[in-house]
Design a protein around this ligand. Structure first.
Ligand code: ZN
Length: 244
């Protein structure tokens, strides 16, 4: 029997994310997966002595002496300083891509996975702008009205930092297996871009503010498509992708 090719569920989701982002005025860009240490860490307010470096189990890559240390990027956040140091605000950017962590593989962890990073910098970008962006973004992505709430959190490159929860897209808040019967789903980390990060990229924090966020695309795909083991997304079995 003739077999037709089919988009992988991660590709479908990345296309959807891109489409919603573009409709909200974001540019979609890419960055290198083998990254300079300064973009992955230092310029994001994570110097080599900073205890927050322990938050990411890192693949260090042996490199040429004149190029400095390199890593397989641990997050798509590395594209943030890379972009900001060579562009003048205002701008709004989305970066979907692969990231790498030095950790064992199980049903919810892969050493390579996908993240979506986004950031917006402008003269009057505030926490309110960020919250309303997320409500529009997730409503567009899940094609229904989604509510958003924020909880305080910590990431070195934002201040204040928050966890973004969205109302459950399956049960709309009444409680189900997807939201572990809480009605809310923890979906992304976010916050207002730390003034030090803007400064090191040559952007005056007195003049410009911005928000940034990052989250796991694989986790969203697993929830959206009801996949219970992340390894199914990477084993190349066409019986998985053929279902979507
Ligand atoms: Zn639910």
């Amino acid at each position: 029997m003739e077999q037709k090719g089919h988009l992988h569920p991660l590709s479908i989701l990345i296309n959807d994310i891109t489409q919603v982002g573009v409709s909200l005025g974001f540019d979609v860009i890419d960055g290198p997966e083998l990254e300079e240490e300064k973009y992955n860490f230092d310029m994001l307010n994570i110097p080599s002595w900073h205890p927050a470096r322990d938050m990411w189990d890192t693949f260090w890559v042996k490199t040429l002496a004149d190029k400095g240390r390199r890593v397989m990027r641990t997050h798509t956040s590395s594209v943030q300083p890379r972009y900001m140091e060579s562009h003048t605000p205002p701008f709004a950017v989305l970066v979907p891509g692969k990231v790498f962590r030095y950790e064992p593989t199980d049903a919810t962890h892969e050493a390579q996975f996908h993240q979506i990073e986004g950031f917006m910098v402008g003269k009057d970008v505030s926490v309110a702008t960020m919250k309303s962006f997320f409500a529009k973004f997730f409503s567009g992505l899940f094609k229904k009205e989604i509510k958003v709430r924020m909880r305080p959190s910590y990431f070195p490159f934002v201040e204040p930092g928050v966890e973004i929860d969205m109302s459950c897209f399956k049960c709309e808040g009444s409680g189900c297996g997807t939201c572990k019967f809480g009605g809310w789903i923890e979906i992304m980390g976010a916050g207002m871009i730390h003034p030090k990060v803007l400064e090191v990229c040559g952007i005056n924090p007195q003049e410009w503010q911005g928000f940034a966020f990052g989250g796991g695309i694989d986790r969203i795909a697993m929830m959206k498509y009801g996949i219970d083991d992340v390894r199914l997304l990477y084993n190349g079995d066409v019986r998985v992708s053929a279902q979507f």
